[in-house]
Design a protein around this ligand. Structure first.
Ligand code: TXA
Ligand code: MG
Length: 353
């Protein structure tokens, strides 16, 4: 494969000539990374099995982990799935384009590799002008997981994609940082009651306003059981920085006191801790010899979500020996943040206060 080409594209008004160049690459069975409103995706023609297999190879993703098919209009659902239940139309009408992925019975047009050989397929219509223009110009649905190496934090900038996939993807469309910053909410409509397999950019509260019976899966599986996972979003080891991450849970003052002690203890042993905290906590960590990464003000969880993965990558880049992160209330936008931190911690939770 030639060098990866990074093409700047206006996220609101994508230049048709640049989109056409990327669409030709998709039609040729090769890979294009692009921004969405959630994170960057690594896309291929969803109808071309060989192209889809390239995604798995580039990411070093296990073949048992199925992909999301991206479409440019709700009506295109009918080409992807075997049947569209009434609930799917209602949800699409309310939340598409947007950060909601629906799991439905698979149609015959989609090759088995997309769905990891299963009977269902995940579909979403992204709320971002670049992938919508790309899908329309290519004239095919686009299968795309997040554009990171397997188990690394998802990419929220073109640079993150390049860091993980340089030389493994033909084109990266650089539309700047992605606004939401955590992946879409994955809702399984083949389950009864409908079940959120991965909390994400669309809150549970918003979903329940349309479909009150929606429930959330709480089952987290170990990495080596990937074959049996209902959704690898359920894998505990996921979205991990290189440094081990410890998640601190409790009242904010107790957390900052514990983070400070732990950072100083590690410093005394010649280690450097990274801390992931809110703006309000920064003053209390002064002099603790830690690398500090800020999530924004405590009251703005949308901003925290937008910063989360970049902050984990930044602390890794600073070479810290461990990351000490403060937990958030698992409600509203906080549910997806809590979920990603818990997975990054691989279960290493410290209760304080
Ligand atoms: O926001 C997003 O969803 C981003 C952007 C690029 O659209 N994509 C993304 O894809 O996060 P990926 O592959 O990293 O995550 C897809 C999630 C995984 O947890 C996968 O297991 C689940 O969706 N999934 C895909 N197909 C499924 C299926 N048929 N049944 C259950 N879960 C499925
Ligand atoms: Mg992913």
């Amino acid at each position: 494969m030639p060098e990866t080409l990074v093409i700047p594209v206006d996220p609101l008004h994508p230049d048709p000539a640049r989109v056409a160049q990327a669409a030709a690459v998709i039609r040729a069975g090769e890979l294009v990374a692009f921004p969405t409103e959630t994170v960057y995706g690594l896309g291929a023609n969803a109808l071309d099995e060989a192209a889809v297999e390239r995604i798995f190879a580039a990411k070093e993703r296990p073949a048992a982990d199925p992909l999301i098919v991206h479409i440019a209009a709700p009506e295109e659902l009918e080409q992807i799935v075997a049947e569209v239940p009434y609930a799917a139309w209602r949800l699409a009408e309310r939340f598409w384009p947007g950060p909601l992925t629906l799991v439905l019975p698979k149609g015959t047009a989609i090759p088995a590799a997309v769905c990891a050989g299963g009977k269902t397929v995940a579909v979403r219509m992204p709320a971002h002008a670049i992938p919508l223009a790309l899908i329309r110009a290519a004239g095919v649905p686009v299968a795309a997981p997040s554009a990171n190496r397997f188990s690394r934090p998802s990419p929220t900038t073109a640079q993150h994609v390049l860091d993980d996939l340089a030389g493994r993807v033909e084109i990266i469309l650089d539309g700047g940082p992605t606004p939401i910053g955590v992946q879409s909410t994955v809702l399984d409509l083949t389950a009864d009651p409908p079940t959120v397999l991965r909390p994400g950019g669309l809150s549970l509260e918003a979903l329940r306003a349309v479909l009150p019976t929606v429930t959330v899966t709480r089952r987290y599986l170990a990495l080596d059981t990937v074959e049996g996972a209902a959704s690898p979003g359920m894998l505990l080891k996921h979205y991990s920085p290189r440094a081990p991450l410890y998640l601190y849970s409790g009242p904010p003052e107790a957390i900052t006191a514990a983070l400070r002690n732990e950072a100083l203890r590690r410093a005394a042993e010649g280690e450097r801790a990274g801390v992931l905290i809110f703006d309000e906590d920064e003053a209390r960590l002064a002099g603790a010899a830690a690398a500090i990464s800020l999530l924004g003000p405590r009251g703005d969880l949308d901003q925290a979500a937008a910063r989360l993965f970049a902050a984990l990558r930044e602390l890794d880049a600073r070479g810290v020996d461990a990351i000490l992160a403060c937990d958030v209330e698992p409600a509203g936008a906080g549910l997806a943040i809590h979920d990603r931190l818990l997975r990054a911690a691989e279960g290493k939770v410290v209760l304080v206060g």
